[in-house]
Write a protein that binds this ligand. Structure first.
Ligand code: ZN
Length: 205
């Protein structure tokens, strides 16, 4: 990776799939592609998913990726009460800590992005020590008709068009994403981009 190129944060929501076209080992395939390329990414982990896939959740941490929180039940934060948000965060945090050994604070991603621009939701997150990480680039990798080539091309183009500091939203479960990640990583390298975690967006020059 270039030392002066644009910093691009690949982020993966690790959660129970809600669409067809996914295989159980897709998250592992993505982790292997990242490891092979020597790239660290950010994984926003759903608590219930971590309990169902504890080995994969642990590998995310062991491979050196940044661990964030993606709620426990994956309900839109906008549908919960303040107390409901607090409890969901607590339950999810416990599951993430137990499985990954990591404290996900302060990194949080709202399920469906719902509430990312809602001051009330953001305050409720902050009360539990979290802040939401939204995204600049989304490529609908969750849609069953998306081909891997489209996902890779659109993610690369979107990231480079946004430039330094781009946060790219992806998911760990779609077939298209698992197939697209190797090409995306090659594209980023060839473009001279630096793949970083969302934490590194704040700490690296
Ligand atoms: Zn999600």
């Amino acid at each position: 990776m270039s030392e002066r190129g644009p910093r691009i944060a690949l982020t993966f929501d690790a959660e129970h799939p809600d669409r067809p076209r996914w295989a159980p080992d897709n998250a592992e395939r993505i982790l292997s592609a990242l490891r092979e390329a020597g790239v660290r990414a950010t994984f926003f982990i759903q608590g219930r998913w971590a309990l169902a896939r504890p080995e994969t959740a642990r590998r995310i941490a062991e491979d050196g990726h940044l661990v964030g929180h993606h709620s426990h039940h994956h309900a839109p934060m906008t549908t919960l009460t303040e107390e409901g948000i607090r409890r969901d965060l607590e339950e999810g945090e416990r599951a993430i800590r137990e499985t990954t050994g990591r404290d996900p604070r302060p990194w949080f991603r709202c399920p469906f992005g719902a509430g990312h621009d809602d001051p009330w939701v953001l305050e409720a997150l902050a009360a539990s020590g979290y802040r939401n990480v939204h995204w600049h680039v989304e490529v609908e990798d969750w849609e069953p008709w998306r081909a891997p080539e489209q996902v890779a091309e659109d993610a690369l183009r979107g990231a480079l068009e946004h430039g330094d500091g781009a946060v790219v939203l992806l998911h760990t479960w779609p077939d298209a994403t698992a197939d697209a990640v190797p090409a995306l990583l090659v594209g980023l390298r060839e473009a001279g981009a630096r793949a970083v975690t969302v934490e590194e967006l704040e700490t690296l020059p």
